[in-house]
Ligand binder design. Structure first.
Ligand code: XBP
Ligand code: MG
Length: 234
C-alpha cells in the first residue's frame, strides 16, 4: 500500500530547466560576464545538480584563463541569488505550467489521503514561485514535507534529500514512491530505497533509467500511470 508520493520538482512537476538556463544567462549579463550557457552546453552542465554547484562546475571544468575572484564562494552565492531573482520573476509571469497530469495526480492523491512531499535540489523560492502559480496560494497545504535546496550536505545523485523527507514523514522507503525526471534524481531515490517512476523531458530523455519501475514521456494518460503504479485513484 503506497502511503506517500515524493515529487522531484525541476523537469518533473514542470518543464523548468530551460527557464533556469535563461535565468543563469540573465544573471551573467547583469554581472558583466561574457558567459552564455546555450542548450548544448547546459545539457552538459546538468550533470551537476544545484545552481551554485553548477556555476562552479562551469568555471572549474569549462573555462580557461579565468581568474577566480578572491572571495569565489561569495561571488558564486551572489551570482546565484541574482539568477534566482530572475527565475522566480519569470515563473511568476505564469508561462511555465505544471506538466500534464501533475495537478490531477496531486489533487487525487491528496483527496485519497496519500501523503505528498517534495524532494528537490532547487532553491526553496523556486518551488514556491512555481507552485503558487500551478496550485494556487495554498499550495503548501498539499505537502507534508518540502525538502529543497541547501538543507542537506550533498545534493542528488546523493540520497540525502530523500532521507531528509523520509525522516520528516516518519515513513519507510517501502511505504513510498518517487516521481523523477533525471538520472541524477533516479540515482538519489534508488539509493534511498524508494521505488521510482520517471517522466522524461528534452534534457533527460537520453539518460539511463535502469532501476526505474517505469518510464513515461509524461503523465497525460494519468489512468495508465495509476494502473502501472497500482494507485487506487481517483
Ligand atoms: C534540478 C536542479 C536545480 C535546477 C536549478 O533540481 O538540479 O539545480 O537545475 O535550480 P530537481 P537552482 O530536478 O532536483 O528539482 O539554481 O535553484 O539549483
Ligand atoms: Mg529534476
Amino acid at each position: 500500500m503506497i502511503k506517500a508520493i515524493i515529487f522531484d520538482v525541476d523537469g518533473t512537476l514542470a518543464d523548468t530547466e530551460d527557464g533556469h538556463r535563461q535565468s543563469f544567462n540573465k544573471a551573467f549579463l547583469d554581472s558583466g560576464l561574457d558567459w552564455n550557457w546555450d542548450v548544448p552546453l547546459y545539457d552538459k552542465l546538468l550533470k551537476v545538480t544545484g545552481g551554485k554547484e553548477r556555476i562552479k562546475y562551469f568555471v572549474n571544468d569549462f573555462l580557461e584563463n579565468y581568474d577566480k575572484p578572491v572571495d569565489f564562494d561569495d561571488f558564486v552565492k551572489n551570482l546565484h541569488a541574482l539568477k534566482t531573482r530572475h527565475y522566480t520573476e519569470m515563473i511568476g509571469e505564469g508561462n511555465v505550467p505544471l506538466r500534464p497530469g501533475i495537478k490531477k495526480l496531486i489533487e487525487d492523491a491528496h483527496a485519497a489521503g496519500i501523503t505528498l512531499a517534495i524532494a528537490t535540489t532547487t532553491t526553496p523560492e523556486n518551488v514556491s514561485a512555481l507552485l503558487e502559480v500551478g496550485l494556487g496560494p495554498n499550495w503548501a497545504d498539499y505537502f507534508s514535507a518540502n525538502g529543497s535546496g541547501d538543507i542537506v550536505p550533498k545534493k542528488k545523485p546523493a540520497p540525502d534529500i530523500y532521507f531528509w523527507v523520509l525522516e520528516r514523514l516518519g515513513l519507510q522507503p517501502s511505504d513510498c514512491i518517487a516521481l523523477e525526471d533525471s538520472e541524477n534524481g533516479l540515482k538519489a531515490s534508488l539509493a534511498a530505497g524508494i521505488r521510482t517512476y520517471i517522466t522524461t523531458n528534452y534534457y533527460t530523455s537520453r539518460q539511463n533509467f535502469d532501476g526505474a519501475e517505469a518510464v513515461f514521456e509524461d503523465l497525460s494518460d494519468i489512468e495508465k500511470f495509476y494502473r502501472t503504479a497500482k494507485l487506487a485513484l481517483p
